[in-house]
Design a protein around this ligand. Structure first.
Ligand code: S3P
Ligand code: PEP
Length: 403
């Protein structure tokens, strides 16, 4: 159990490095010709999962936060555990379908209950794939240009995986079927593949031409889906927070959402500053940016006005059922909160103090609870899930007793 004393939360912080971009750059680096130096990586559990996944394909050296990656002759038999990283599981299962040899991808924890079958089904039109509890086995072979259909309404990572598979080989076409969820992450995959010289077109279908070349040095931008918890903690406690580091394109719109809620937000491309008390509810669709739901819901909990967050159906497939776990945090705060037809409806302010929160095994729910505790006082049952994305985060919220 970790308890946080309430108080004004202010300060200048370095944005945590973007997990999704770190993972994409490392994977692309391992598949590309030439050495890539990925600068400013934090070894969260999910990034370590990606390092494990690329090790059978690549030479890797780590110097502080800089990771050097270079493609090598792949091992013929390879096995690794991706732990709870959904992105690593789904991209590794796809990519190894195109690498001659046999692969076992193990996975565990909350990931065991998350979707993978739809991707396996699509890959079976290309090669042999078998699933056992906690592992996927893949026979890899050199693939010619392929064309597959893929559901787009469960996880965008199925599509990102197929895009990496196409880019590492002879290219391919992915036909998304159904509503497009978490689409900003498909765009992020396209943009990293382009950075590595691939030709990618994202339209009604996604077309990828094969062939990746390392761009040399690349820097990881800041993760504003995570930094948003620091900003939220500042806004709900009357503090002023500065976050240093360029925001990754995937989630920087959180700054506009906080501004629409009445916060003062300034961003100059290198640093975000936020202060002031949010006073307006918003009606936003976060179907493309599911990781922003937690920090936006948290700020909404402190506004005496209705906020509606739409497009959240697929939050059920995350580390926890985030529709239920976000509602749990809000209800423990004593905030009015319901879910209806794919939307969360939230009206603050909190009516409880000294709240007992549960992380539900989910890093983003744990982070939401820590930031909420800064405003109302509270304890979190289990902080360990937070190492999945941002191991240093609890250090910003606790005060260690002096000896
Ligand atoms: O591609 C990615 O890096 C991610 C895609 C999203 O998941 P889904 O596509 O499964 O919704 C997002 O929630 C996750 O944190 C990271
Ligand atoms: C869902 C997440 O990641 P992944 O799907 O890669 O496990 C997340 O970081 O919130």
């Amino acid at each position: 159990m970790l308890c946080v004393e309430p108080g004004v939360f202010s300060g200048t912080f370095k944005a945590p490095p973007s997990k999704p971009i770190s993972q994409r750059l490392l994977l692309a680096g391992a598949l590309a010709e030439g050495e890539t130096v990925v600068k400013g990586v934090e070894l969260s559990d999910d990034v370590v999962a990606m390092l494990r996944a690329i090790q059978p394909l690549a030479r890797i050296s780590i110097y502080g936060g800089d990771v050097h990656v270079e493609r090598r002759e792949p091992d013929v038999y390879r096995a690794f555990n991706v732990m709870e990283s959904g992105f690593t599981l789904r991209t590794a299962v796809a990519v190894y379908a195109g690498v001659p040899g046999l692969t076992a991808v193990y996975y565990g924890g909350t990931l065991r209950g998350r979707p993978i079958d739809e991707l396996i089904q699509a890959l079976r039109s290309l090669t042999d794939v078998a699933k056992a509890p906690g592992a996927v086995f893949i026979r890899g072979k050199r693939l010619s240009r392929f064309e597959v259909e893929m559901r787009a309404d469960i996880s965008s990572q199925f599509i990102s995986g197929l895009m990496f598979l196409a880019a590492a080989g002879e290219g391919g076409v992915v036909r998304p079927v159904g509503g497009r969820k978490s689409w900003s992450f498909v765009e992020a995959t396209a943009s990293v593949l382009k950075q590595f010289g691939a030709r990618v077109e994202v339209g009604d279908v996604i077309e990828v031409e094969g062939g990746l070349r390392g761009p040399g040095e690349v820097a990881v931008p800041g993760d504003y889906s995570l930094a948003a918890f620091l900003i939220a903690a500042g806004l709900i406690t009357g503090g002023r927070v500065e976050v240093e580091g360029q925001a990754s394109d995937v989630d920087k719109q959180v700054l506009d959402i906080f501004a629409a809620m009445g916060a003062h937000v300034a961003y100059d491309g290198r640093r975000a500053t936020a202060w002031g008390t949010p006073s307006r509810g918003v009606d936003v669709d976060l179907g493309s940016n599911p990781d922003l739901v937690m920090p936006v819901a948290l700020v909404a909990a402190f506004v005496e006005d209705w906020t509606v967050i739409r497009g959240v159906e697929h939050l059920r497939y995350k580390e926890s059922d985030r529709v239920a776990s976000v509602l749990d945090v809000l209800q423990r705060l004593g905030v009015e909160a319901t879910y209806k037809d794919g939307a969360l409806h939230i009206r603050g302010p909190p009516r409880r103090r000294n709240v007992q929160f549960l992380s539900h095994g989910d890093h983003r729910i744990g982070l939401m609870a820590l930031a909420a505790s800064k405003a109302v006082g509270g304890c979190l049952d289990d902080v360990s899930p937070i190492s999945k994305s941002w191991p240093t985060a609890p250090l910003y919220f606790i005060v260690l007793p002096e000896k």
